[in-house]
Ligand binder design. Structure first.
Ligand code: PLP
Length: 401
């Protein structure tokens, strides 16, 4: 008889977006005349750039002809694309052979978890993208072997690494979803030194690196000397090129990486992906090559700049005395705290008083309690309207009090 994977019972119910949906629906039933400003989005909204669309069309045409049809490609993806990524995103510091093209960062995080088995200890930032935690639990890691590292304004959103002493695997997301915090060179240096000392493997999620505006901040863990001995990096075309639906990402696994017993992690990754993955979609790869072209890269940078313009609107919220706005420059999210209010209280207030949909920070970990995440993916106009509504509401509240 089929037995359920017992680790499903370790997962907490995934009610965050369901609950947001229910509260939105209930509000609209009570106020059918109202229009909601959805700043809860983690998804991109701008269309693909024309050069990418053309490339997909041309490739699809070729796929429809006997003489140019293509089936399976290499599991680790097209060499041309790997070379392009090596040059465009790593200025050559990562070699093409160490880049593995995939169907997205989330999928690769799930596959990376195949490397370690269940007898490992894991550390992760709190709050953070929930996939590292849930994937680890499903992989069979005991809940007591998962250590949460609070990242709050009090520690400038960089965790106290002594809480992760001796852990086997440490997930690190920079720029962070949801806080928007991007680690500095010094902080990543500290992380790499820690990993070397403790024998820890870092899984570095750089899915939002394209949003980093401060030229002094590292976009990759491999900008830190020695990181190739301790880190794997996942990245994605999702946010940079609007490929959340197209699906294309990559993982960097350095050849130097070893388990404590000396076996090659690089070789195991090739083996593991060969078993459970059949390579990225060749249509998506054609689209990815267009992204890396001069025209495509420029267009994607312009898209990012459009989201950044929306992000910039959030700055106006600094005028509201009770609001504290964090980050909001190197990631597409504003992370907001209102002293004395829980995440869900704040969510309800924004919804009921300003018709704004946010994401309660507590849904990303207990250290996210008291915050909400607002997204610039909603676009300049929607973010502007939301800020107007918040400022109006704040000034009315001050007058009444
Ligand atoms: N990593 C982080 C931190 C994310 O927030 C997301 C999606 O929102 C992903 C990875 C997923 O990336 P992909 O679309 O490439 O699977």
């Amino acid at each position: 008889m089929i037995k359920r994977n017992p680790h499903f019972s370790s997962l907490l119910p995934n009610y965050l977006f369901e609950e947001i949906g229910l509260r939105k629906k209930a509000y609209l039933e009570r106020h059918p005349e109202k229009h909601l400003l959805d700043l809860g989005l983690g998804d991109t909204t701008l269309p693909l750039s024309p050069v990418v669309v053309r490339s997909i069309q041309e490739f699809a045409e070729k796929m429809g002809k006997k003489e140019s049809y293509k089936g399976y490609g290499p599991t680790s993806g097209s060499v041309e694309l790997k070379r392009g990524i090596s040059e465009r995103f790593y200025a050559g510091i990562v070699s093409a052979e160490e880049i593995f093209i995939s169907d997205g960062a989330k999928c690769d995080i799930g596959r990376l978890q195949l490397l370690f088995g269940d007898d490992v200890t894991v550390a992760l930032q709190d709050p953070v993208y929930p996939v590292y935690l849930d994937g680890s639990l499903l992989q069979g890691v005991a809940p007591q072997n998962i250590f949460r590292l609070p990242c709050t304004p009090e520690n400038q959103f960089f965790p106290d690494l002594s809480l992760a002493k001796g852990v086997d695997v440490l997930y690190f997301c920079s720029p962070n979803n949801p806080t928007g915090a991007a680690a500095t060179h010094e902080q990543l240096q500290e992380l790499v030194s820690f990993a070397k000392k403790e024998g820890t493997l870092i899984i570095f999620d750089a899915a939002y690196s394209c949003f980093i505006q401060d030229i002094n901040l590292p976009k990759s863990i491999f900008e830190i000397p020695g990181a190739e001995e301790v880190a794997i990096e996942v990245n994605s075309f999702s946010k940079f090129a609007g490929f959340t639906g197209v699906r294309l990402g990559w993982t960097v696994v350095p050849k130097e990486l070893r388990y404590p017993g000396g076996e090659s992690i690089y070789q195991d990754w090739i083996r593991a992906t060969d078993i459970v993955f059949n390579g990225p979609s060749n249509l998506s790869e054609a689209a990815g090559k267009a992204v890396l072209s001069e025209e495509g890269f420029k267009a994607c940078k312009e898209q990012v700049a459009t989201y950044q313009k929306a992000l910039h609107e959030f700055e106006r919220l600094r005028e509201i005395p009770s609001y504290t706005l964090f980050a909001g420059t190197n990631a597409p999210y504003a992370w907001i705290r209102v002293e004395g209010k829980s995440s869900w209280d704040l969510f309800d207030e924004l919804l009921n008083e300003c018709q704004i949909v946010s994401v309660p920070g507590a849904g990303f970990g207990s250290a996210g309690e008291g915050f909400v995440r607002l997204s610039a993916f909603a676009g300049v106009e929607v973010v502007r309207q939301a800020c107007d509504a918040l400022l109006d509401y704040a000034s009315e509240s001050i007058i009444q009090s």
